[in-house]
Design a protein around this ligand. Structure first.
Ligand code: MN
Length: 227
């Protein structure tokens, strides 16, 4: 085995509700997974094949602070269900998909909407709008072994006390097992992979100084200040 020529990058981990640390390998995010959000973004809400983009593992941030990113005047909140995998594979069946889930949490998919919009218009990738430093504020991951699996319940975010997004996970067009199964047809999933499950209607801008309160029934709430 050859010596490393630079120091190995640190394995990024996120906290779990039982006091542990979950090591993150990849982050997949599903787009337009709630019909009302697809409509507000100008798209057909019918059940088309799902699509995914990625964030970087170290974009997941439990600090409770979100630094307003540069080169944007329109940064949006998107509250999402976080799904953390303990195992993976390819061509995973829908019926066995939940066997691969370690746990669930609350996440925000913070988005430079203006840059994402320009990328869409130009047919370019979305990373410049999505895979931004600390762009996924998160809460602790709750183990499915204690809380069970999650497929319904209120998902909401308020900004400075005003409710902005207020949906139910039962509105997800692609359910958790379907997302895992579909992804596994295109990618080899593995322990440490994280999926963000899409967002309900009501996305909108935040400013420095705002406080977002994001919650999912059964997973608690996270308070994140824009700095
Ligand atoms: Mn999203």
């Amino acid at each position: 085995m050859s010596d490393l020529v630079i120091a190995a990058p640190k394995q990024h981990t996120i906290p779990t509700a039982d006091g542990g640390a979950f090591p993150v390998r990849r982050v997949y995010c599903i787009g337009r997974n709630f019909a009302d959000h697809a409509i507000e973004m100008g798209h057909d809400p019918n059940r088309e094949a799902p699509f995914f983009f990625q964030k970087n593992p170290d974009n997941l941030d439990p600090s409770g602070q979100f630094p307003y990113p540069p080169h944007s005047q329109n940064v949006h909140h998107e509250v999402e269900l976080l799904i953390a995998l303990k195992s993976g594979g390819t061509d995973i069946s829908v019926s066995s998909a939940l066997d691969h889930v370690w746990g669930y949490g609350v996440a925000l998919d913070m988005t430079r909407r203006d840059l994402q919009g320009e990328a869409k218009k130009a047919g370019r990738p979305w990373e410049i709008g999505k895979a931004v430093e600390r762009s996924a504020p998160i809460g602790p991951v709750h183990p499915a072994s204690t809380i069970g699996h999650i497929d319904a319940g209120r998902i909401a975010v308020s900004v400075n006390g005003v409710v902005k997004q207020d949906g139910d996970l039962n509105q997800m067009i692609w359910k958790v097992p379907e997302m895992i199964s579909y992804l596994s047809e295109y990618f080899e999933l593995a322990a440490g992979d994280v999926i963000l499950g899409g967002t309900p209607a009501g996305v909108g801008p935040v400013e420095r100084g705002d406080t977002m309160l994001a919650s999912i029934e059964g997973l608690g709430e996270i308070s994140v200040t824009v700095v």
